[in-house]
Ligand binder design. Structure first.
Ligand code: BJW
Ligand code: ZN
Length: 231
């Protein structure tokens, strides 16, 4: 892998699991008996913005106290060893910012950022790291509701981030899929984009994923352990 000129990595919630951030699917994903799939939608926000904000406020609290783990740090180190030139692209579905805090620079954030708030009325965006938020749901100066700056089901991904991710996937000689159940599209489809363009596909996950059958390597285990050893 060290010899590959172009590496792209797709990460999901599992890479932050060892930092104490809950994943979405599986038994640890439930919050007050709601599944994330029920809460991460524009419909849920329209119906009950306070409930959705309580969930995000709870997650913001956990993320604020979390530290990047050896998996995040190993990916930042791989990028440094690749020596810039855009030959290493980290594509993440995570909104927690832990990759950037570990030192990753060339990051395409497909599902937004939990620290951004966006007005549903005037579209104004602000960065807000207050934990917990003072009033739920928070409101804009224009009095409309603020929403988390993330991508919910049925919403388009940020076009610039998506284009960078797709380009890096097409160019990659090695494509690693780390800590994601690989069931949410279009992110999961990037592995197929890379494979069709000739990349070798590697998976790092303690559990089976739908991509295992087409992968060149499957490394079964927690990403903190495996990536630290891979270095
Ligand atoms: C470890 C570990 C350890 C544990 N180490 N690993 C094609 C087919 C079917 C459906 C669709 C399709 N295309 C689009 C769709 C619809 C939909 C979709 O994919 N649905 C499927 C679920 C069926 N997609 C969308 O709606 C997307 N938008 C879209 O397509 O727009 C089109 C459009 C165009 C133009 C106009 C309008 C629309 C948007 C998807 C947005 C997803 N949003 C969320 C919430 C983000 C904000 C937030 O954080 O709250 O993103 S949902 C949630 O799932 C979150 C995640 O990023 C995403 C993926 O989850 P992830 O990261 O894989 O986590 P888990 O929990 O699923 O898995 C964790 C893994 O870690 C497991 O495998 C564990 O084993 C592993 N693990 N410990 C390593 N220590
Ligand atoms: Zn506003």
């Amino acid at each position: 892998m060290a010899a590959a000129d172009s590496v792209a990595v797709l990460t999901g919630a599992g890479i932050s699991a060892e930092s104490g951030v809950p994943t979405f699917r599986g038994s640890g994903g439930l919050w007050r008996n709601y599944s994330p799939q029920e809460l991460a939608t524009p419909e849920a926000f329209a119906r009950d913005p306070r409930l959705v904000w309580e969930w995000y406020d709870w997650r913001r609290g956990i993320i604020a106290r979390a530290q990047p783990n050896p998996g995040h740090r190993a990916l930042a180190e791989l990028e440094r060893r690749a020596g810039g030139r855009g030959s290493f692209t980290l594509i993440t579905q995570n909104v927690d910012g832990l990759h950037e805090r570990a030192g990753s620079r060339n990051v395409a954030k497909l599902h937004g950022d939990i620290w951004l708030l966006r007005c549903v009325g005037c579209g104004r965006e602000e960065r807000n790291e207050q934990v917990p938020l003072a009033d739920l749901p928070p409101r804009c100066e224009c009095s409309a509701l603020l929403r988390p700056g993330v991508v919910w089901f049925g919403e388009p991904l940020p076009p610039d981030e998506w284009e960078r991710a797709e380009r890096a996937s097409r160019r990659a000689q090695v494509f690693l899929v780390i800590g994601t159940s690989a069931v949410v599209y279009p992110a999961a489809g990037l592995a197929e984009v890379a494979r069709q363009a000739g990349a070798k596909l590697g998976i790092v996950n303690p559990e089976p994923t739908p991509l295992d059958s087409v992968a060149d390597w499957v490394l079964r285990g927690p990403s903190g352990d495996i990536l630290a050893r891979l270095l």
